[in-house]
Design a protein around this ligand. Structure first.
Ligand SMILES: [Fe+2]
Ligand SMILES: [Fe+2]
Length: 136
């Protein structure tokens, strides 16, 4: 399975956010690189997938904390998008645990969409907002 390469437009310019995004992308790539086109369950993949879900949830919680603290614009829409991404991640995690060998491939699609749309959209907007706020 192809890794998702880091792209320049994924950079939001807010260092703490970018560091977390890069770490998430690395976990996604390490995990899915091992999964091939389909997968039979392994403890290693089980643990990796659960860790990815935890890290994603923690990342979203951090961003939502920043939104609250700084009264960010479009916070509701941004949170709702987090909710949809988490739902997608949970859906394929569950599907994988139920024995769907194709689930990792479907999961990778969820993450491709997350990195392509969310980072350059909601996250970039939040990053610009936070930078302006914190510069005051
Ligand atoms: Fe983010
Ligand atoms: Fe976000």
């Amino acid at each position: 399975m192809n890794a998702i390469p880091w792209r320049e437009d994924y950079d939001t310019g807010f260092q703490r956010m970018d560091d977390e995004h890069r770490a998430l992308l690395q976990i996604v790539n390490e995990l899915f690189a091992k999964s091939g086109e389909g997968i039979t369950r392994t403890l290693e993949f089980d643990n990796g997938l659960m860790e990815l879900n935890r890290r994603l949830q923690a990342h979203f919680t951090q961003e939502e904390k920043w939104m609250k603290e700084h009264d960010a614009l479009n916070a509701q829409e941004h949170c709702l998008d987090h909710h949809w991404i988490l739902s997608g991640a949970r859906w394929f995690t569950e599907s994988y645990f139920k024995g769907n060998a194709q689930a990792p491939g479907e999961g990778l699609m969820v993450f491709e969409a997350y990195f392509e749309k969310h980072l350059s959209g909601y996250d970039k907007e939040l990053a610009d907002f936070l930078r302006a706020r914190l510069a005051r």
